[in-house]
Design a protein around this ligand. Structure first.
Ligand code: FA5
Length: 350
């Protein structure tokens, strides 16, 4: 049986604790005396050994008031448990974070939808392809200097005995889709949109080694540049807003003739290049954003893909998906690599 303590002995101990507390100026005074595991809590446990619990309880209450008075006098905050908030069952539940499609997937859906309304059907063509489809049939014979522009990853494959040797290439652009589609269908009309991953030996704030491009192709009788311009203007209006428009500027691609660079009017300054108070638009500087390339399919390409260039003409266009986001004024893309490094703060803005 545990030892009993007389009420007098208990009261003496309380007195000693009060005196000690009064003399003590330590920085952790409050925790030491009134904290959850503090001296008051410890001495309160001794009440079990006192017979006269009523008087002992009264003495403990007096000590508590005394300690609180000392705390106030010493100007220390007393440690008291925070009030338990009353449960309100009528409050709405806290939001559960909900994920969403990756921005690249979102844009693929949007682009597929916009061009789909013009009859361009989305197709898929290989991302690891024969050099002949990526370059050769696109008017870039082996050794042609234009090949250097694509900063290509080549895949070494020794070949399979008895099979034709294939020179494998990780596609640096989606233009190989033009070749596949013409060979697949064999006969116009052709209206495709090929969206795929592409690869280049490039890596900095505006380049990733893997990125996405899309490629449009239309081939038929009497297709001309005005059709291309109409399609680009339609895209500008649908994607950027009703007052957006496109511009094409002369350029060179080996697989289109003539070739163009495509610009879209800046949706921030509406193509004026100026802010309302006459300053240069910080977003575009010139009123336009360059997005990608286009042109009329080169007769050599039509021929290499089995189509008669005296009967058919066509146009092609293509650009990058990640880069398109960098041209939107409501989206912050300080580094294009953020699309692929799992940075949630970045991805949550989409
Ligand atoms: C081409 O790739 C041509 N195939 C486009 C084309 C299609 C021309 C049909 C004519 C007819 P270019 O190399 O400029 O063109 O690349 C097009 C776009 O891809 C660029 O404007 C950019 O948006 C994107 N791009 C290119 N390299 C990278 C990269 N490393 N990282 C992210 N985006 C890139």
């Amino acid at each position: 049986m545990s030892q009993t303590i007389s009420l007098t002995e208990f009261a003496n101990r309380l007195q000693q604790l009060a005196a000690q507390a009064q003399a003590d100026n330590s920085a952790d005074w409050s925790t030491k005396y009134l904290g959850k595991k503090g001296l008051f809590k410890q001495i309160s446990a001794d009440i079990r050994a006192v017979n006269d619990k009523k008087a002992a309880g009264q003495a403990l209450n007096d000590l508590k008031s005394r300690l609180e008075a000392i705390a106030a006098q010493k100007n220390v905050a007393t440690v008291t448990a925070p009030p338990t908030p009353a449960l309100d069952f009528t409050l709405p539940a806290a939001d559960t974070p909900v994920g969403h499609l990756h921005p690249v997937s979102q844009m693929i859906e949007q682009i597929t939808d916009i061009f789909g309304r013009l009859g361009f059907i989305r197709v898929r063509h290989p991302e690891l392809d024969d050099d002949e489809n990526v370059f050769g049939r696109l008017n870039m014979a082996p050794g042609h200097p234009a090949r250097d522009e694509w900063e290509t990853f080549f895949v070494h494959h020794p070949g399979t005995p008895g099979h034709q040797h294939i020179r494998w290439v990780m596609t640096p652009h989606t233009s190989n889709g033009q070749v596949h589609e013409m060979l697949r269908l064999g006969k116009p009309p052709i209206r495709m949109i090929n969206i795929a991953r592409t690869y280049r030996r490039q890596q900095d704030v505006t380049h990733t080694q893997m990125f996405h491009q899309f490629e449009g192709l239309m081939v038929d009788k009497d297709v001309n540049i005005t059709h291309l311009k109409g399609v680009l203007d339609y895209f500008a209006r649908e994607f950027y807003g009703p007052d957006s428009r496109s511009r094409i500027r002369p350029f060179h691609f080996q697989f289109t003739e003539p070739s163009f660079e495509i610009d879209f009017s800046c949706h921030f300054c509406h193509g004026t290049g100026q802010t309302d108070n006459g300053d240069k638009c910080k977003f575009c500087k010139s009123g336009w954003h360059e997005v990608g390339g286009a042109g009329m399919v080169h007769p050599h390409v039509l021929q290499a893909c089995g189509l008669d260039p005296t009967q058919y003409t066509g146009f092609a266009f293509g650009w990058g998906i990640e880069r398109t986001y960098t041209l939107q004024d409501n989206i912050d893309v300080p580094d294009i690599r953020n699309f692929y490094n799992g940075n949630l703060e970045f991805l949550q803005q989409f």
